[in-house]
Design a protein around this ligand. Sequence first.
Ligand code: LMR
Length: 403
Amino acid sequence: MFTQLGPQPPDALLGVLAAFSADPDAGKIDLGVGVYRDATGTTPVMAAVRAAERDVLARQATKSYVGAAGNRAFAAFIEELTLGAAHPARAAGRVVTLQTPGGCGALRLAADLIARIERSSRVSVSDPTWPNHVPLIGGAGLPVEVYPYYDAASGTIAFDAMLATLARLPSGSIVLLQASCHNPTGADLDPAQWQALAELLGRRGLIPLVDLAYQGLGDGLEADAAGVRLLADRLPELLIAVSCSKNFGLYRERVGAIIALAPTAAAATTVMGHLQALARRMYSMPPDHGAAIVAAIAASPAYRADWLAELESMRRRVTGLRAPLAAALREATGGRRFDFVGTQRGMFSLLGLEPAQVAALKEQHHIYVAPDSRANVAGLAETQVARVAAAIGAVLRAGAAHG
Ligand code: LMR
């Protein structure tokens, strides 16, 4: 049986992680996989997480099953963070939330739920998008298409083209959106664009599936959820895939949630039943530990305050790196091609380099970015800014000399 399998190409992002680990160079720089690092290059365990984890371990009386829906206190907190404490849809019982293994688990469950309702539902994703979106959604058997999103020349959103393409989709189509800190481009919709998009989705009967993976790392916890809240205000149906990997730093604990907003409370209850059944047949129940930590943070005003303060300091660090990086790139390249890096938000920017330039960064400068030239700005130390900019300038000049 196994001999029939051909070799599997490395994962676009995890392959970079492996290549970086294997590089013996002492000065190597990893801007590949999307993890936050502090100024010393460490991906820290947040202080509130560490404290809450101690409490969880001290108080835990059993290791018995949590059930397919997961931790309910966790789910309530995630709803509050995503939609706000007093969203009318929550009060009306139209919102249900199921704990999932990471944001990936939420995306896959969303896709399975959609496929269960209508196998031929088309899911449109931004061009470009996070590489794992396509296998996660396509793996559920749904056809995946793209809509224009990014204008690489200007480093901004191709909003008119995006709306024009979405306007042609058949009613009932699913549109995958990213709430904030767009992966890989770093280019987010502004409030007026969210308004126009919400209006179009409502008018055309399109259903958004929103990936919320970086709440708190763009413009702030509330601002990063403003777009998804607008959709929840305006539309009868909405799916949201939440990840706690980045904003709680719980990457390896695999903590996430799927939120469904349904037109009625009865429909929401039915959706929850299907989500639990889908989880049960795939992985049965989510892991407990990370969600228990998040729930313990939610339960303690002191931990909550501490978590919010640390998240805000992480956000400021990443945002604060952008202007110096853009300035260093201007100096290293003698042009304004990378000015967008300074104005974008979130962990990533797409540098717009050719594959050969990405390879040259790695081979000649030991600087690792994703294969599509996405740079994880959140992984950069202040002390590395000048070297990274100089290396990008050098590979561009070498490319120009050879071209
Ligand atoms: C990334 O985009 O690098 C992260 O979300 C990690 C992953 O799972 O790909």
